[in-house]
Design a protein around this ligand. Structure first.
Ligand code: NAP
Length: 306
């Protein structure tokens, strides 16, 4: 069958796909432009997109032969899952295999922003390190801190598990349990976001939510950029309403270097690296290919969203 993969993937998973199907892999570093994606839709039967590719109702409608979509991510906010389901097209994702890598990064960001890792590094490189000073770049401890986990699923729970070793007091919230969001925001020294991006969670961390946080607290987002209101975060950081933030994901993505967020104080920015380890990306590729192979055979995908 005709398969389109929107970027080269690490490891040998794509060779397995090529073993069974006629596979085109988009060869560029940047995502295929919309018109390139649309141009392939009349013939494509299997689609393996990344989170940077918008698989919306228009794209799905342009693909009459499409039988399976396998997203190279656990989040499927880039795919119109309902439009796919209406056509009976299964959508796969890659849960679980990236949980630990993303949880590791969330903890790294808590330590990084709380202990000024990037600011300290920049300070040394600028030649400003003159002597040991009692009050140089003082931060806040993660050990013993109260940490609020918003979205207590696979990654949120993996973060909580790690923080037991730091003897943190853990709070969590999700629709099915935990403490009220307001209480979590008011009590936490670190707030870590782990919800999917849905209509309900878009802008969940808005000006009102940030206003509830302690002025000594940090916000960490390794979920999806639009869960945090970027403008409100810039205002909160500039006003010193919170102590800092560390973002693996931003709105927009990619974040242009001249975006006002880049100038905000006490902020660590990463280019969406949550699952970016060799082992994890290879496991994601294997899972995405397994999902697509199953979907094209007309079998249930090992990890199917709908
Ligand atoms: P998961 O196991 O499905 O957990 C998501 C959690 O969010 C669930 O506990 C869910 O609980 C909760 N939730 C959903 N809607 C909510 C709402 N409106 N308010 C509060 N909580 C809500 O997903 P996961 O595997 O942990 O992944 C979470 C997200 O992380 C993914 O969707 C993805 O966008 C992001 N992610 C980012 C990276 C990265 O590279 N930075 C890597 C992997 C994943 P209830 O249903 O009970 O509310």
């Amino acid at each position: 069958m005709q398969v389109f993969v929107t970027r080269n993937l690490p490891g040998g998973a794509l060779d397995r796909l090529r073993g069974e199907h006629d596979v085109e892999v988009w060869p560029e570093r940047l995502p295929p432009p919309r018109e390139e994606l649309m141009a392939r839709m009349p013939e494509v039967e299997g689609l393996l997109p990344l989170l940077t590719d918008r698989v919306d109702a228009e794209l799905i409608a342009a693909a009459p032969r499409l039988r399976a979509i396998s997203n190279f991510a656990v989040g499927v906010d880039n795919v119109d899952v309902e439009a796919a389901a209406a056509r009976g097209i299964p959508v796969g994702n890659t849960p679980g295999v990236l949980t630990d890598s993303t949880a590791d990064l969330a903890v790294a960001l808590m330590l990084g922003v709380g202990r000024h890792l990037t600011a300290g590094d920049a300070f040394v490189r600028r030649g400003e390190w003159k002597t040991w000073e009692p009050d140089l770049l003082l931060g806040h401890d993660l050990h013993g801190a109260t940490v609020g986990v918003i979205g207590f699923g696979r990654i949120g729970q993996a973060v909580a598990q790690r923080l037991e070793g730091f003897e943190c007091e853990l709070l969590h919230t999700s629709r099915s349990g935990g403490v009220p969001l307001e209480e979590l925001l008011e009590r936490s020294d670190f707030v870590s976001v782990h919800t999917p991006l849905t209509p309900e969670t878009r802008g969940l961390i808005d000006a009102a939510a940030l206003a509830r946080m302690k002025p000594t607290a940090y916000l960490v987002n390794t979920a999806r950029g639009p869960v945090v209101d970027t403008g409100a975060l810039i205002d909160a950081l500039q006003a010193g309403q919170i102590a800092g933030a560390a973002l693996d994901v931003t709105d927009p993505e990619p974040l242009p270097a001249d975006h006002p967020l880049v100038q905000a104080p006490n902020l660590i920015l990463l280019p969406h690296l949550g699952s970016a380890t060799h082992a994890t990306r290879e496991r994601m590729a294997d899972m995405a290919v397994d999902n697509l192979l199953a979907g094209l055979r007309g079998e249930p995908m090992p990890n199917q969203v709908t």
